[in-house]
Design a protein around this ligand. Structure first.
Ligand code: 5GP
Length: 115
């Protein structure tokens, strides 16, 4: 069996994290190195290494991840003030953890374009 990703270990409670939302398909926890006052990661429990490897088989799961974002934003109190979702895929995308995740950033006015 392939070695578990860091985020699979967080899912399985082998590595601690501040989990703020969980359902049968996904988990949301605080990023260890926040880039905004609120910096959350939303991950599928099923491992997809990166967006570049997603296929039509993952359509429902990806839809679920994105549909969960406004629920989390409402729960955490930044639905109205706004937020940004970022997915880094591959070396040029800045990916460092090979387990698909949506960065959910909020709590300050974010600049554009990103670096
Ligand atoms: P990436 O660079 O792959 O887009 O994002 C990976 C994110 O995971 C980074 O923002 C990084 O701070 C976060 N991260 C890395 N290791 C840990 C960890 O052990 N716990 C948590 N909560 N976040 C982590």
């Amino acid at each position: 069996m392939a070695e578990k990703s860091l985020f699979e270990k967080i899912c399985d409670r082998e590595i601690p994290a501040e989990i703020i939302y969980e359902d049968e398909l996904c988990l949301c926890f605080k990023d260890i190195s926040p880039q905004a006052p609120t910096h959350l990661l939303v991950i599928p429990k099923e491992r997809i290494n990166r967006l570049a490897e997603a296929t039509s088989d993952h359509q429902n799961l990806l839809g679920h991840l994105f549909a969960t974002v406004p629920h989390i934003a409402r729960q955490e109190g930044f639905l109205e003030s706004g937020f940004r979702c970022v997915i880094n895929s591959g070396p040029d995308g800045g990916e460092t953890v090979p387990h698909l995740h949506i960065h959910l950033l909020a709590g300050r006015k974010l600049e554009w374009p990103p670096g």
